[in-house]
Design a protein around this ligand. Structure first.
Ligand SMILES: [Zn+2]
Length: 228
């Protein structure tokens, strides 16, 4: 029997924006100690940040029986800089930051976001090839991913309460979603043309043999073959 997994999360009602910050040199204040200068260094580092517009948080719920968030996360096109930014901001707009304690300065894509996308992509590659031993080892190597607490939650229809795992944050929830899917034999596969992640099989009402995410990808691949 499947365990109910729930995400109780939050996002900025006014959305998020990309902020490009230049690298700044260390402050030149005379007499400043090396230690305090070093502690400031991280905040001074440049890069692409995603920042919350209003700094307000609006709560939302997401249950495991709704469409998967991890397939959208793993579909972020990190290979291309412009696409990576565009997809990341769209993802954060839709679901919020990955972590509960994302710093007030925002999330720096290069080290707080893209590496996680890359991990999901790598593990989905192993899942596609059915390298189950590597999949478990990869997951184990992280230590404590998929953290959650236990609740006895009621569904809105007023039925009896259900044992529910409440994920610690968005990232943990996505790990749980993916592990639950794999554990139930759902096929996780990438579109052979664009790399978009699909969740296929009887539980998802999607043909398990599908290789393209959409008709447009199928048509484009067909045209490309014809040109050759
Ligand atoms: Zn596609």
């Amino acid at each position: 029997m499947a365990v109910t997994i729930r995400l109780s999360w939050e996002k900025d009602p006014e959305g998020y924006e990309v902020e490009e910050r230049p690298d700044r040199s260390l402050p030149e204040e005379p007499g400043e100690s090396l230690l305090s200068a070093a502690s400031k260094r991280f905040d001074l580092e440049g890069g692409t940040y995603v920042v919350s517009r209003s700094k307000e948080r609006q709560p939302y719920w997401h249950d495991i029986d709704k469409p998967h968030i991890f397939t959208k996360f793993a579909s972020i096109r990190i290979e291309n800089d412009a696409h990576a930014k565009e997809d990341s901001i769209a993802f954060i707009e839709a679901w919020g930051f990955l972590r509960r304690h994302t710093p007030i300065r925002g999330c720096r894509l290069k080290d707080e976001f893209y590496p996680w996308v890359a991990h999901f992509k790598r593990i989905i590659g192993l899942i596609e090839d059915k390298h189950w031993k590597d999949v478990s080892q990869y997951i184990e190597a992280f230590g404590n991913i998929g953290k959650c607490s236990v609740a006895f939650a009621r569904k809105p229809q007023g039925s009896s309460p259900l044992l529910t795992f409440q994920a610690e944050d968005l990232l943990d929830y996505m790990w749980l979603e993916m592990m639950q899917e794999v554990g139930h034999g759902t096929k996780i596969r990438r579109c052979v043309r664009c790399g978009k992640v699909m969740s296929l099989g009887s539980e998802t009402n999607q043909n398990a043999k599908r290789t393209y995410c959409s008709n447009s990808c199928r048509t484009a691949a067909y045209r490309a073959r014809k040109v050759k």
